[in-house]
Design a protein around this ligand. Structure first.
Ligand SMILES: *Cc1c(COP(=O)(O)O)cnc(C)c1O
Length: 411
């Protein structure tokens, strides 16, 4: 008899986005003439930049010739990509990261879900609430959290509410916790942490011997040069933080798949007997055991993001989405909605009108404006009464959606 992993039974409903997909699918079937605009899931819409496509083509041609064909590559990534990451994502911001601290992977969703594997099953953990669902669900699957209560909070997880009072960027708690997941700029709230808040987190982690799991999937969307893009811009972070970054949002790689995780050599955990062990070595062991590397052609495409043309073209893509975000923020704000963020992230976080619940507003928006967004409550209990609108779409669809929302709900 193959017993299942009972921890899976502590998970709530379906994963949020398939669930939204099902509900939208049912509506579309019942209303075949409705021209639905999807501002729900955070997926890019622009095609790959020219520089990326050219690099892909060239790499495919290399694979077609015996003298340049490649099989398995280094599990942690090719030097050409590691060097480009070190120079452009870190060196340019005054941060030193060495090649053996970088682990190239096929996605930050996987990395942020898998990283918990190198920690003890009795580690306590903290998330900000609302939160990217992957952090919570993967820890529930691993048995680090119990069943959810009526409000949706799992036993064994500390939830730090992100709300208007703390500008959706809560500082560290008073208590000690072993693992803290932070995401900045944040999905779903769109809020970006300033240096002072991030410094408070790093100081807290060092004082409590905690590890911060920092998801920087949206760093490229930060417009203010004063805001930190990497947690390693804060002194002491190398001793207490693991950082995850992705090419998905910054360069349209959601369907291409490339990301990386940085585990600094100085970042340690402890054994049962109190011995300090570098987390980097554990992650290297896990990565090389379970993963055979990102395809050569994909790593060439990722490296092209850092070429002069690639940097320029992907910056234009980001700017295009951020203009969408500005239109949504200002368009809905002018219509009387209470909107937040969207200045350093491709997401607008809004309060639902008329005190509607998040799912209630989801249904009304779908029925009355044929626009799909994401219910804030799907990201955690503190998201109730809020709604996420994504700026990933064409200009026409964004403008049309703003007009429809104003028509259906605006003042
Ligand atoms: C989109 C996203 C990612 C990126 O995931 P990939 O697997 O690299 O596509 C990671 N974290 C957050 C919070 C995201 O929204």
């Amino acid at each position: 008899m193959a017993r299942i992993n009972e921890h899976y039974r502590n998970l709530q409903a379906g994963y949020l986005f398939p669930e939204i997909g099902r509900r939208v699918g049912a509506f579309a079937q019942a209303h075949p003439d409705a021209a639905i605009i999807r501002l729900g899931i955070g997926d890019v819409t622009l095609p790959l930049a020219r520089a990326v496509v050219d690099a892909l083509h060239a790499a495919v041609d290399e694979m077609a010739r015996p003298e340049t064909f490649r099989g398995y590559g280094p599990e942690n990534g090719y030097d050409f990509l590691l060097d480009a990451i070190r120079e452009h994502d870190y060196g340019a911001r005054g941060v030193e990261v060495s090649a053996d601290e970088i682990f190239v992977s096929d996605g930050s969703k996987q990395d942020s879900g898998n990283i918990q594997e190198i920690f003890g099953s009795d580690c306590s953990l903290l998330v900000t609430d609302p939160v990217y669902p992957v952090y919570v669900d993967t820890n529930v699957m691993a048995g680090r959290a119990g069943a959810a209560d009526d409000s949706g909070r799992h036993a064994g997880i500390t939830y730090l509410p992100a709300n208007e009072a703390n500008a959706f960027t809560p500082g560290p708690p008073d208590e000690r916790v072993d693992l803290a997941y932070l995401c900045s700029p944040n999905n779903p709230t769109g809020a970006a942490m300033d240096r002072k808040t991030l410094t408070a987190w790093v100081d807290w982690a060092r004082a409590h011997d905690a590890v911060i799991l920092f998801d920087a999937a949206y760093d490229a969307f930060i417009r203010d040069p004063e805001l930190p893009r990497s947690i390693y811009e804060v002194e002491g972070a190398r001793e207490c933080a693991i950082e995850m970054r992705s090419f998905s949002k910054r360069a349209g790689f959601t369907g291409v798949r490339c990301a990386y995780t940085v585990v600094p050599a100085a970042c340690t955990g402890t054994t049962a007997s109190g011995e300090r062990v570098p987390l980097r070595d554990l992650w290297a062991r896990r990565h090389t055991t379970r993963f055979n590397g990102v395809p050569y052609i994909i790593q060439r495409a990722a490296a092209a993001v850092f070429s002069p043309e690639g940097r320029k073209q992907t910056a234009e893509q980001v700017a295009f989405y951020m203009e969408n975000a500005r239109r949504i923020r200002e368009g809905l704000g002018a219509a009387g909605f209470t909107v937040f963020a969207g200045e350093h992230a491709p997401y607008i976080w809004m309060r639902t009108p008329d005190g509607l619940g998040s799912w209630e507003f989801f249904y009304r928006l779908l029925a009355e404006a044929h626009v799909v967004g994401t219910p804030g409550s799907g990201f955690g209990p503190s998201g109730e009464g809020f709604f996420r609108i994504s700026a990933f779409n064409s200009r026409e669809n964004v403008d049309e959606a703003i007009g429809r929302i104003r028509g259906a709900f605006g003042s």
